[in-house]
Each structure stands twice: as structure tokens, then as C-alpha cells.
Design a protein around this ligand. Structure first.
Ligand code: GLN
Length: 197
């Protein structure tokens, strides 16, 4: 089972380490052709406008939409969540979506100044142990469509959600030693493979 980490920006090595700790084989992805060898894909955090621009420049938009259409799991973390969303709200108003795959409205940089960065334990539906999470200028999920399951909230705000083969969280699970969420994603990839044969 190969899971790729989109290597345009962000904590690629940390995601690879967490995926390996979760028992998956992880590879860094720099060209769209490499998607053919993968059963799952992680889109890391960073800055979503920059990641979106680089995705357009290197031909990743259509390639990842095609990957998703095949039902192959995708996990977006922080800026990666923004890149997955159908609707994006910036501090200045609505922004163009990037991949526009997941039926949710996200608000960028949603945590106030004192809480721009913080670390906490979260209860995520479907995971028995607490998940250690690092929030860095994190987005929030303001609203989700009927097909989206909310997996975790902080102070009543959604920070983790899943729509079938798509998983998104507004924090950085890769910046801790806790591989629980990566294990959850690896399990999604494994289950999809069992179905797809
Ligand atoms: N604030 C970034 C954005 O809006 C996301 C932050 C992150 O990925 N840590 O793109």
C-alpha cells in the first residue's frame, strides 16, 4: 500500500514519518504522473494560496480530481483542508476554490490572535485514543454538506470531517509523535483497496 505526500510545500518529511509509523509505505510526490502508483494521497499544510498556485502550475488539479473520482482516499491537513474545500472564506471574503472536492465551507485563519498557535488533545470519532493536535493559523470548517460526517469539534467548531474517501483536519497531526489520525487514514486506504480488489 503506497500513500503519497504532495511535496509542493509543507511538512512532507513529517507526514512520511507518521504514515510509516502507521504501517504504510509513504512516498513524496513531485509530479502528477506519480499519482498512478498510489492508493492514497496526503495534502500537507502550508499556505493554501501558494499550494493552489503550485498545483495549477505543475498540473496537479485535474490529476488529483481524477484520482478522487476513482474513489482513492485523500487526506488534507490544515492548508490541505482548504485546498480540498468547495467553498473558501478568507478574512477579506470568498476566495476561489482549488480542488473543490469536499462539500464544506472553510474559514481561513479562523483562530484569534492569542490562539494562533496551540497544541491540544482531541476526541475524534472512530479513534479510541485522544489525538494530539497542533494548530497553526488554522482554518475552521464553518458548514458541511449532507454527505459530510463531522468527526471532531473544538469549542463547537468543526476541525475534522470526512466525506466518504475524503478526510480533512484543520490542524497538523504530523508535528507530533501521535500517528493515530494517520493510522485512521491508512485504514481508509486499506478498506478501499479491499473493495476495489
Ligand atoms: N493559514 C494557512 C492558510 O490559510 C494554513 C495554515 C497551515 O497550514 N498551518 O493557507
Amino acid at each position: 500500500m503506497n500513500i503519497g505526500v504532495l511535496a509542493l510545500q509543507g511538512a512532507v518529511a513529517e507526514h512520511i514519518r507518521s504514515l510509516e509509523a502507521a504501517g504504510a509505505k509513504a512516498v513524496s510526490i513531485k509530479r502528477p504522473e506519480q499519482l498512478d502508483e498510489l492508493q492514497g494521497l496526503v495534502i500537507p499544510g502550508g499556505e493554501s494560496t501558494t499550494i493552489g498556485k503550485l498545483m495549477r502550475k505543475y498540473g496537479f488539479i485535474d490529476a488529483i480530481r481524477d484520482f478522487s473520482e476513482q474513489g482513492k482516499p485523500i487526506f488534507g491537513t490544515c492548508a490541505g483542508l482548504i485546498v480540498l474545500a468547495k467553498h473558501i472564506e478568507g478574512q477579506q471574503g470568498p476566495e476561489e476554490p482549488h480542488l473543490g472536492l469536499m462539500d464544506m465551507t472553510v474559514l481561513r485563519n479562523a483562530f484569534g490572535r492569542q490562539r494562533e498557535s496551540f497544541e491540544t488533545n482531541l476526541n475524534v470519532r472512530g479513534i479510541d485514543e485522544p489525538v494530539r493536535a497542533v494548530f497553526i493559523r488554522a482554518p475552521l470548517i464553518k458548514a458541511v454538506g449532507a454527505d459530510v460526517d463531522v468527526l471532531c469539534e473544538v469549542n463547537g467548531e468543526i476541525v475534522t470531517a470526512r466525506q466518504g474517501h475524503l478526510l480533512a483536519c484543520s490542524f497538523h497531526p504530523e508535528l507530533t509523535d501521535d500517528a493515530n489520525l494517520h493510522r485512521y487514514f491508512a485504514e481508509m486506504v486499506k478498506q478501499r483497496q479491499n473493495v476495489a480488489g
